[in-house]
Design a protein around this ligand. Structure first.
Ligand SMILES: *Cc1c(COP(=O)(O)O)cnc(C)c1O
Length: 355
């Protein structure tokens, strides 16, 4: 069976070595030695200003919304994973969907201002498939209207934009280290921000609001990453260059062998140093997509409809004004992409689709 992704497993001895440190320390969570080491290594590798690793990639979005969005209206994209919208609703904010750009598939920045009201507090946009939003334009809009900017950068591990980490844009950016993502800690994620004061605010929120054992800074919850998750991260991180290089190989195979007279692929924003995190192809019609998906299924190949349906169609959402996102959601299919995908399997996938 070939799935859309396959989790990278480091050699088990590597993980055992990290676990031995945990056993020696007899320390399983709460700012442990491995957690601190992973934080530092990620900060250096990614070149980010501030990082707080967390227990998944959803809670950092929720924490940032809690700090910034204040139960107001949050301008957001309909073309993302459900977590982007669900966190807004969970924080008792109102999602206001702005349609996407038909080629970049990120939020259409030219349509943001028309959606701003006196209740708008923040913009939560996704760098979908690791393709950056129009960050400069969004920053200018946010400044003008005094809004906070949060990027769901779940797909962006290792993406640079204009020679620096994409996580260095926005008031807060978040990443997911889930097992299906490029870099993983089993479950896990991180929050990134630009200054120490914001980091402190976010740190409190991710640890019950504790300011010492008997004092509380404010409302918080539990989003802490454990030593067992950090152990996995420290075991995977040494292989990240290999993982990305092998994904590049797979993407280049698709680029050269797929029949693009019948398909489109993602347009990356200029200035992007990409991470090969997903390989979306855009069919001419939904029925072409479904035909291809069925044929692949016969060959035991499971691509995924990332992202379907368009999020403004969720059962707990009322609005419905994003025709481009709906259309794209019906026609985009993400092809299998992982480091160990063989040429034989790639050839089978490509010939099935081209047929
Ligand atoms: C994976 C993902 C998330 C959620 O991350 P978890 O680590 O699974 O909580 C959020 N947003 C997007 C766009 C994602 O792909």
């Amino acid at each position: 069976m070939i799935n859309v992704t396959k989790t990278f497993f480091p050699p088990i001895e590597d993980y055992q070595k990290q676990l031995e440190r945990v056993w020696e320390n007899e320390w399983l969570t709460n700012n442990g030695e491995l957690y601190k080491e992973l934080s530092q290594k990620l900060q250096d590798y990614l070149g980010v200003n501030q990082i707080i690793p967390m227990t998944n990639g959803t809670l950092p979005i929720q924490i940032a919304l809690n700090a910034f969005a204040k139960e107001g209206e949050v301008i957001t994209t309909p073309f993302s994973y459900v977590a982007t919208t669900a966190t807004i609703v969970w924080e008792k904010c109102t999602p206001v969907f702005v349609d996407i750009h038909p080629e970049y598939l990120t939020i259409d920045e030219t349509k943001i201002e028309a959606a701003i009201t006196d209740k708008t507090t923040a913009i939560l946009a996704t760098h979908v498939y690791g393709n950056p939003c129009a960050v400069e334009e969004i920053e200018a809009i946010a400044k003008k209207h005094h809004l906070k900017v949060i990027y769901d950068a779940a797909h962006c591990f290792g993406v640079n934009y204009k020679s620096q980490s994409i996580f260095n844009y926005g008031d807060v950016s978040t990443c997911s280290f889930h097992a299906t993502k490029l870099f993983h800690t089993g479950e896990g994620g991180a929050l990134f921000c630009q200054d120490e004061a914001t980091r402190q605010e976010m740190w409190y929120r991710h640890n019950f609001g504790h300011d010492g054992p008997e004092k509380y800074h404010g409302l918080g919850l539990n989003a802490k990453m454990s030593e067992l998750q950090a152990a996995m991260g420290l075991s995977v991180l040494p292989y990240i260059k290999h993982i990305i290089a092998e994904r590049k190989r797979v993407c280049e195979y698709y680029d050269t062998h797929l029949d693009f007279s019948q398909l489109n692929n993602l347009k990356l924003r200029e200035g992007t140093d990409w991470n090969y995190s997903y390989y979306p192809v855009i069919f001419k019609t939904e029925s072409d997509l479904l035909k291809a998906k069925d044929k692949l299924k016969v060959e035991n190949i499971n691509p995924r409809r990332y992202f379907y349906p368009s999020l403004e169609e969720l059962p707990y959402i009322q609005s419905s004004t994003c025709p481009i996102a709906r259309d794209m959601a019906q026609r985009v299919l993400c092809l299998p992409l992982y480091d160990s995908l063989s040429i034989e399997d790639l050839s089978k996938i490509v010939s099935t689709i081209n047929e």
